[in-house]
Design a protein around this ligand. Structure first.
Ligand code: NAP
Length: 483
């Protein structure tokens, strides 16, 4: 299929493609040009309720299927993604803006997550626990939690859903997904892919529209037993509060403020290479992007120089253009935020070494930027930048670096570079983060758990732990056995 065939302008409920009840639509814009790509339905609480009912109706049959059957359908889903990879890549780049190479990586990751959970579906083991009673036996089984509401952001519109749809379907749950309004097509494409894969109607439903209404229904409807959310910490807190009324199980993949520490003993070439990947991927708009670089006294100046040199060489352009490394930001609001953070930093003594403002291409483009002499009183020390701006802070001792790295309410990803093995363990054990890259700036893989601590949320996506959030543990005591 072509990318235009995957650009579905209808929501998907119980196996049917439909418009919003009142016919209202939302526009979807190309972030590189501001041109309209198309529209999607502006659905609300009523359509969401119907989607939840469809997911609930499909739950019994889906959850009772042998795991091997669900696994086979998930393998079909992974195959459908790979068979249509280039179409999905173009769709993703057009609505999100990231360079084609990055979109290709993301769609590949989506297939990898689905494949992984197809494999994990068959390993949802329980336990037989040694009984303290002679005539009773104790069984522990894992059961699908039920209907799952999944809400995802615009920065990884394909793979963030893969991490939720994969484990949910593997465990025997059914799903109502709500993709971000700025990138809904990669979300709706999941419903088209599920059809191709032969996944039964109602197992995966996708609704676009009013976040407040859809989120309100998903968090309050008693048929939904779990909410899985990736997005900002502030929206996560709202959903946690809303879900409390019906005591839903929750997983929260929220914001970050990743530190990247370079010690004097680090391999500087490697550190700069890792820094570029950890900072500038998706134009700095990933939850694991470096927010704060900490460079130790001895290598500080050399690190700033080399980071700046590499940053200067980054090619900015539309995601669809060959050779583009940095695409546009998602919208003008994101550009304005980057601009304001740079202005605040320079007013407080920051030195712009590279970039520092809007890119000459205009619209949503921002120059890849390095700011030296960064200090703790700057807003970018505390706020998630979510843009291609790299502030560098100077530090003296290991203790100081760890303390400053931990001085944030967030705890998603962190990175540090050292060639001292003892320091590698010492620092990694002291950093209060869910993900640690030691001499690595790019660590995401479907086989490892992805998730944060503190206000970055809770729950693990991917890995053998990824299914835990989608099951409940049942204890069955069988008595009267006459043994
Ligand atoms: P966002 O504003 O929180 O939006 C995320 C999703 O939540 C979108 O689908 C949005 O819908 C929806 N939403 C907004 N308000 C809602 C409400 N009141 N009720 C229910 N849903 C609501 O975040 P974003 O700006 O798109 O994404 C960036 C954030 O995501 C950053 O903080 C980033 O660090 C975080 N993130 C975290 C991870 C992780 O794994 N930890 C991964 C990627 C991104 P609309 O689009 O319709 O507004």
């Amino acid at each position: 299929m072509s990318w235009t065939e995957f650009k579905r302008e209808e929501i998907h409920l119980g196996g049917q493609w439909l418009g919003a009840d009142g016919g209202k639509t939302l526009e979807v814009l190309d972030p590189a040009t501001g041109e309209r790509i198309g529209t999607v339905p502006e659905a609300g609480a009523v359509e969401t309720r119907r989607a939840i009912e469809a997911a609930h109706a499909a739950l019994g049959e889906w959850s009772r299927r042998p795991a091997a059957e669900r696994a086979a359908l998930l393998r079909n889903l992974a195959a459908a993604i790979l068979a249509n990879q280039e179409a999905l890549v173009e769709l993703l780049t057009r609505e999100q803006g990231k360079p084609l190479a990055e979109a290709r990586g993301e769609v590949g990751m989506s297939a990898a997550y689905i494949q992984w959970f197809a494999e994990e579906a068959r390993r949802l083991y329980g336990d037989v626990i040694p009984s303290p009673w002679r005539d009773r036996r104790i069984l522990v089984t894992k059961e699908p939690i039920g209907v799952v509401g999944a809400i995802t952001p615009w920065n990884f519109p394909s793979s963030m859903l893969a991490r939720k749809i994969g484990p949910a379907l593997a465990a025997g749950c059914t799903v109502v997904a709500k993709p971000a309004s700025q990138t809904p097509y990669s979300g709706l494409a999941w419903a088209a892919l599920a059809e191709i894969a032969g996944i039964p109607s109602g197992v995966l439903n996708v609704v676009t529209g009013s976040a407040r209404e859809i989120g309100g229904e998903l968090t309050s409807n008693p048929l939904v037993r779990k909410i899985t959310f990736t997005g900002s910490t502030s929206v996560g807190k709202t959903l946690l509060a809303q879900g409390a009324g019906t005591v839903k199980k929750m997983s929260m993949e929220l914001g970050g403020n990743a530190p990247f520490i370079v010690f004097d003993d680090a391999d500087l070439d490697r550190a700069v290479q890792g820094a570029m990947a950890a900072k500038f991927r998706n134009a700095g708009q990933t939850c694991v992007c470096t927010n704060r670089f900490y460079a130790q006294d001895g290598i500080h100046d050399a690190f700033v120089e080399r980071l700046s040199e590499a940053t200067r060489a980054l090619r900015v352009g539309a995601g669809l253009d060959a050779g583009t490394v940095i695409g546009p930001m998602i919208d003008d609001k994101a550009v304005a935020k980057a601009e304001a953070l740079v202005a605040d930093a320079t007013a407080k003594g920051g030195r712009v070494v590279v970039g520092g403002g809007r890119h000459e291409r205009g619209f949503s483009f921002f120059q890849p930027t390095v700011i030296a002499d960064a200090s703790n009183d700057m807003e970018l020390a505390r706020e998630e930048i979510f843009g291609p701006v790299a502030p560098v802070f100077r530090f003296r001792t290991e203790e100081e670096a760890v303390e400053r790295a931990n001085d944030t309410e967030f705890g998603l990803a962190c990175y540090f570079y050292t060639n001292d093995l003892g320091r590698a363990f010492r620092v990694s054990e002291r950093l209060q983060y869910g993900i640690v890259g030691v001499n690595e700036g790019l660590v995401t893989t479907e086989v490892a758990p992805f998730g944060g601590v503190k206000e970055s949320g809770f729950g693990s996506e991917g890995s053998k732990y990824g299914l835990d959030d989608y099951v409940s543990v049942k204890y069955t005591c069988i008595g009267g056995l006459g043994l």
